[in-house]
Design a protein around this ligand. Structure first.
Ligand SMILES: N[C@@H](CCC[C@H](N)C(=O)O)C(=O)O
Length: 269
């Protein structure tokens, strides 16, 4: 069976998108997702995105990390999918229903409400998620936020000075995080600007992480360090993140389609 795909990007965070809304695809499992995401032997991407029909929203977006694991949210892919869909839509994800609206070569996304309870992150045991009494090799007192997926956030003087290639996997796999975690290191540049690098669960260092930007901005807002709308600069570019009076997070930024192609399902099954 030949399957069409679209290669898309959100600030250099790249996706292979399969559209199974009109034409059903064989079941996607972790092995196929990992094989398609492989940059040497597959198509290559940080996340595989599968669009399917939904009973509760306009369509459903499934998200598989580079390592094949299925997860609840992907901010950059949400904007890419908005661009592909071409009009405003409610999108069901495993992390909740979000609303996407294409805008100016990208999209604006209502990412829903953040969760701060320790068991909603989830953490292995109870603690204050605004200032956690834990640390790893010089990274101390992080915050944790779930924005459809779990994030831990450290404020540091210089994001480039943090060895995320080694500390990222160590923290991602720490027993404190039973579902593993996305690791964010951020510098508050001003009350309206944050600089951010992210070690993504299941994908490693990426050029940008939309949910990381949302989680980091909301944590900084919760701590009173920034205004309720900020610019977040990642290695791949900038996002604007707002946290409204209605408790909902809005993310705005670019997305692009780079090419379309097709592959034989049997090569990966
Ligand atoms: N790149 C994404 C996040 C993808 C999922 C994440 N790695 C997880 O495991 O939760 C984004 O832009 O948000």
């Amino acid at each position: 069976m030949r399957v069409d795909f679209t290669k898309m990007h959100g600030l250099g965070n790249d996706f292979v998108v399969l559209d199974a809304r009109a034409r059903e695809l064989p079941a996607i499992d972790q092995d196929i997702a990992r094989a398609l995401a492989d940059r040497r032997t597959g198509i290559g991407c940080d996340q595989l995105i599968v669009l399917e029909p939904s009973d509760t929203a306009d369509f459903r977006m499934r998200i598989f990390n580079h390592d094949g694991g299925e997860v609840g949210a992907c901010g950059n892919a949400s904007r890419a999918v908005a661009l592909l869909h071409g009009s405003p839509a409610d999108v069901e994800t495993a992390g909740g229903t979000i609303r996407v609206e294409p805008a100016n070569d990208g999209a604006s996304v209502d990412m829903g409400e953040p969760r701060f309870d320790w068991d909603a992150i989830p953490l292995a045991y109870g603690m204050d998620t605004a200032a956690m009494p834990v640390g790893w090799d010089g990274l101390d007192q992080p915050g944790a936020v779930n924005v459809g997926n779990p994030h831990v956030i450290f404020f540091v003087p210089d994001t480039d000075a943090v060895p995320l290639e080694t500390l990222g996997p160590e923290i991602e796999n720490d027993a404190l995080f039973p579902e593993r975690v996305n690791v964010n290191v951020a510098t508050i540049e001003s009350r309206t600007h944050i600089r951010l690098r992210v070690w993504e669960r299941g994908a490693g260092l990426t050029r940008a992480c939309g949910t990381g930007a949302c989680a980091t901005a909301v944590h900084a807002m919760r701590r009173g360090l920034v205004e309720r709308e900020v610019r977040v600069t990642l290695p791949g570019g900038d996002l604007t993140i707002g946290w409204g009076e209605d408790n909902r997070i809005t993310m705005t930024g670019p997305a692009t389609e780079s090419y379309r192609g097709s592959f034989d399902w049997s090569d990966f099954a």
